[in-house]
Design a protein around this ligand. Structure first.
Ligand SMILES: CC(C)(COP(=O)(O)OP(=O)(O)OC[C@H]1O[C@@H](n2cnc3c(N)ncnc32)[C@H](O)[C@@H]1OP(=O)(O)O)[C@@H](O)C(=O)NCCC(=O)NCCS
Length: 198
């Protein structure tokens, strides 16, 4: 049987966000197993532990998306530590290994960040990048994040303590980005307002 994948959010840059499903967990596990070189935390989970984690997830605290280009999963967008009073969260993204080096990092993060401001009505997004993850740092700055500080020697990675670069993006700054103007202030094409209401 052909399973149709529905997308929560379709960005005008061509990428689409689908909520994480249980069937994605093997793919997420493979990503975690190989991508810890660039991330702050090391998650050593078997598939059973992944399933337990998935069952405890709720959209009040965090949201996980698989990012698609056409029907192909190319990356993830991760929202965690949502603060609904200050309207902020921790933003992170990945590109799946087989799709790296093709310029997808910027559009993947762009789609996620624009979703956060546009759909969730966030006021501020936070992110952190390891000092040696230049592709990620370049991407965050391109998407509009500003460097705000450094947590010195904060993350241990195989015999070295790395600095963690803290970045933030505030709603007013996001609204003034050139790309917002290019998208005519609406970044998604999945919302069609109904005009036939009184
Ligand atoms: C970080 C990550 C998302 C980057 O994705 P990618 O597909 O490798 O990056 P891209 O090819 O799209 O390149 C993005 C930018 O970084 C630059 N870049 C890529 N690798 C680089 C490197 N080693 N050094 C410096 N710049 C680099 C690219 O030139 C590009 O900039 P440009 O558009 O100005 O030329 C990806 O490597 C990844 O998922 N890594 C594992 C997990 C991870 O680190 N997640 C991020 C945690 S903060």
């Amino acid at each position: 049987m052909h399973m149709v994948r529905y997308f929560m959010y379709e960005h005008k840059n061509g990428l689409r966000l689908a909520s994480l499903e249980e069937k994605d967990l093997q793919m997420m596990k493979e990503l975690k197993d190989e991508s810890w070189f660039g991330t702050h935390h090391i998650t050593i989970n078997n598939l059973n532990q992944q399933k337990k984690w998935f069952e405890t997830m709720n959209n009040k605290d965090s949201m996980f998306f698989i990012v698609y280009q056409d029907q192909v999963p190319v990356g993830t967008y991760k929202i965690s530590d949502i603060d609904w009073v200050s309207r902020s969260y921790q933003s992170a993204h990945d590109v799946f290994k087989e799709h790296r080096g093709k310029g997808l990092s910027k559009p993947v993060l762009e789609a996620g960040v624009d979703f956060g401001f546009e759909v969730l009505n966030m006021h501020r997004l936070d992110t952190e990048v390891l000092e040696n993850n230049l592709a990620s740092l370049k991407t965050a700055l391109w998407v509009g994040f500003k460097e705000e500080g450094i947590r010195r020697k904060a993350v241990y990675k195989c015999s070295t303590y790395l600095d963690s670069i803290c970045l933030g993006l505030i709603r007013e700054e996001w609204m003034n980005l050139d790309r917002l103007k290019n998208y005519k202030n609406i970044c998604n094409k999945s919302y069609t307002p109904k005009n036939n209401v009184r």
